[in-house]
Design a protein around this ligand. Structure first.
Ligand SMILES: [Zn+2]
Length: 64
């Protein structure tokens, strides 16, 4: 791949990661709930326990 392709992929990856971070607790939640992951339904820390084991969103965000 050319440097241009790599840079384009980096930019796309960065944008997708930004959206994932922004929306990771954007799932439907009961009233008064802090937020929940739309993928695993884990609740947002520190009130909740965070993503459940095996959550694909958590796995994607863990990638460097
Ligand atoms: Zn999750």
């Amino acid at each position: 791949m050319s440097d241009k392709d790599v840079n384009a992929l980096r930019a796309e990856n960065s944008e997708l990661r930004r959206l994932l971070v922004k929306n990771q607790w954007g799932g439907l939640t009961p009233l008064k709930s802090n937020g929940a992951c739309p993928e695993c339904a884990g609740s947002q820390p520190p009130l909740g326990g965070g993503h459940r084991p095996g959550c694909a969103v958590a796995a994607a965000l863990a990638q460097t």
